[in-house]
Design a protein. Structure first.
Length: 224
């Protein structure tokens, strides 16, 4: 959603277009228009389930999307329909679950899933530098990651992680870190545990204009 204009975006998977995922922009009156060029399809296959293929940039209003046709991430100017690739094209690397820095839109957090060593698949949290088309690793070493998010002032990040055989609702961990222009520092464990009979799923996200995290139905204060 664009907070300044009240416009929001929805995915429409269309059988008449061979399952292509279109992006539709709706205004405050509910009027919709297609904004994704027809040569693109905003779908992902990360974790095989897919999802989390689009995100808007708070600073410049551009739409970040994963394209299942080229397997590339693009930045879309919804007014000009110009889509610019922001990562190198690689059919064996997937991206999803984007979070754009609130004041510096060059930086985008994402899940990266690398299939170069298939059947061993490597998942990481990465920061995409859209201006340089470079990808920087933020967190690695666990089997799965999800929900990478910038805080609302852009000073911190958070993410979830877990390992096989757990599913995220049977056991995961929530971490936070300071954001330092493409790097994470002061990585801090917050909650959860990596065991098969762990606490319920933790979906961390930042409260608006706050340094607190919401975890499911609970709120905890972050270390500043």
């Amino acid at each position: 959603m664009k907070e300044k204009t009240g416009k929001f975006y929805a995915l429409e998977v269309r059988p008449a277009e061979e399952g292509r995922a279109a992006v539709v922009e709706y205004d405050s009156n509910g009027k919709g228009r297609d904004v994704l060029p027809s040569k693109h399809s905003a779908l992902t296959h990360v974790h095989e389930y897919g999802g989390a293929a689009i995100q808007t940039s708070p600073a410049d209003g551009k739409l970040i999307f994963a394209d299942s046709i080229s397997n590339t991430v693009f930045s879309l100017d919804v007014d000009s329909d110009e889509a610019t690739p922001i990562v190198p094209e690689d059919p064996k690397v997937r991206f999803a679950d984007f979070s754009v820095h609130p004041s510096d839109p060059r930086w985008i957090l994402a899940i990266q899933e690398d299939h170069h060593t298939y059947p061993d698949v490597v998942n990481t949290i990465v920061a995409i530098d859209a201006s340089e088309k470079k990808v920087h690793t933020i967190a690695s070493g666990q089997d799965f990651y999800s929900h990478p998010r910038f805080s609302h002032d852009g000073s911190k990040i958070c993410w979830n992680q877990w390992n096989h055989p757990d599913m995220p609702w049977t056991g995961n961990e929530l971490y936070i870190a300071d954001w330092d222009g493409g790097k994470a520092s002061n990585v801090t464990y917050v909650a959860g545990r990596l065991t098969q009979k762990a606490c319920p799923s933790l979906d961390g996200d930042w409260m608006e204009r706050s340094s607190s995290l919401v975890i499911g139905r609970d709120t905890i204060s972050c270390i500043i």
